[in-house]
Design a protein around this ligand. Structure first.
Ligand code: ADP
Ligand code: DP6
Ligand code: CO
Length: 324
């Protein structure tokens, strides 16, 4: 106790998406999901419990935070306090090396880093499965950021059975995600709210659950077979299915903007030219282009030509949780 612990977690982008909870309180998803952890984007979080504090204190990127993010963080720390049998408050300093709440998975790296740092600072010594279950309580996608490379979050039925595990931590396939950022601003509809509305009102929700189960099996086969084309085609298809739920919700909504469609179009045009490029989108307008290192230059040139204002980052498979 009173020991400051710093952890680093990388973001992950799902190839088979999570979009809905069967238990919102425990964050048990309706479907299993599968992601790739990225090397370029991560969160560093330092936690120290201190009996002199009268409440939890949080800074994010050096700024004191008092809004809903502090509430989410404090509620999360209550779980850690209960597990450790302590009642002291904590000082948390977090830095996102990723845009916050812009659909680039800051909640995944944010809560994975918080789970690792806070549990250790509280004197707990959790294995990676227990850490994944804990991170899940902060944000579902965070369960997968405990692991590097390809990770699967098994939906499970309850707190004990819903956790992520590594599918392939040292990725053998040549795969990368070109992250095209045209809008890094904070989204209007958080992932939590968006998926809740989709599950409650889209008439296609049950179809999504059934399709996603089949997609997951095929995706795991594609990874095992080093089959990049199947992986890319399926990831794009799965992402578009997820976004269709939002288009078919009542009232309908979308995370897409005009540029999202323009980039999707560019990716399709690249494929017509024989370049293997596939798109995936999360709860935000920015597109990630799933591609291989041999195609980096041609894809980047095409983006720069049509979107001179875009920031493009080349993200490769990244590692799991670490302590600094
Ligand atoms: P994203 O697409 O970035 O994952 P979400 O809507 O899922 O967006 O979640 C964004 C929210 O996650 C933020 O508004 C904030 O409450 C929380 N968050 C992001 N980064 C951190 C962090 N480093 N520590 C604690 N909470 C964080
Ligand atoms: C579209 O994990 O951010 O990125 O569990 O409510 O915190 P909460 O939601 P979050 O949702 C991620 C949704 C997604 C798809 C995915 O990462 O699987
Ligand atoms: Co998120």
């Amino acid at each position: 106790m009173n020991k400051k612990v710093t952890a680093r977690a990388h973001t992950n982008i799902a190839l088979i998406k999570y979009w809905g909870k069967k238990n919102p309180e425990l964050i048990i998803p309706t479907t299993s999901s599968l992601s790739l952890t990225l090397d370029q984007f991560y969160t560093d979080t330092a936690v120290v419990f201190n009996s002199n504090l009268s409440h939890d204190e949080l800074t994010l990127n050096g700024q004191p935070i008092t809004d809903h993010t502090l509430l989410k963080t404090s509620t999360f720390l209550d779980i850690v306090r209960q597990m450790a049998g302590i009642n002291t408050f904590a000082r948390i300093e977090s830095t996102n090396h990723v845009p916050t709440a812009a659909g680039l998975a800051s909640s995944a790296s944010g809560f994975a880093a918080l789970a690792a740092a806070s549990s250790k600072a509280a004197g707990l010594n959790l294995d990676r499965q227990a850490l994944s279950r804990l991170a899940r309580r902060g944000s579902g996608s965070a369960s997968r950021s405990i692991f590097g490379g390809f990770a699967e979050w098994i939906a499970g039925e309850d707190d004990l059975t819903s956790y992520a595990h590594p599918i392939q931590e040292n990725v053998t396939m040549d795969i990368q995600m070109l992250t095209v950022v045209l809008d890094g601003s904070v989204k209007k509809i958080g992932s939590r709210q968006g998926m809740q509305h989709a599950i409650a009102t889209s008439p296609f929700y049950d179809t999504w659950v059934a399709e996603s189960e089949v997609d997951l099996v095929t995706m795991k086969q594609a990874i095992a077979n080093n089959d990049f084309q199947t992986l890319g085609e399926l990831a794009e298809h799965n992402a578009l299915q997820m976004h269709s739920l939002n288009f078919t919700a009542k009232p309908a909504f979308t995370y897409f903007n005009g540029d999202t469609l323009n980039i999707l179009n560019l990716v399709q045009n690249l494929r017509h030219q024989g370049i293997q490029a596939y798109a995936t989108m999360d709860a935000g307008p920015n597109v990630k282009i799933i591609s291989q290192s041999t195609a980096t230059q041609v894809i980047c040139e095409a983006i720069k030509k049509d979107f001179p204002n875009a920031t493009v980052e080349v993200a490769k498979p990244g590692p799991g949780i670490s302590y600094l």
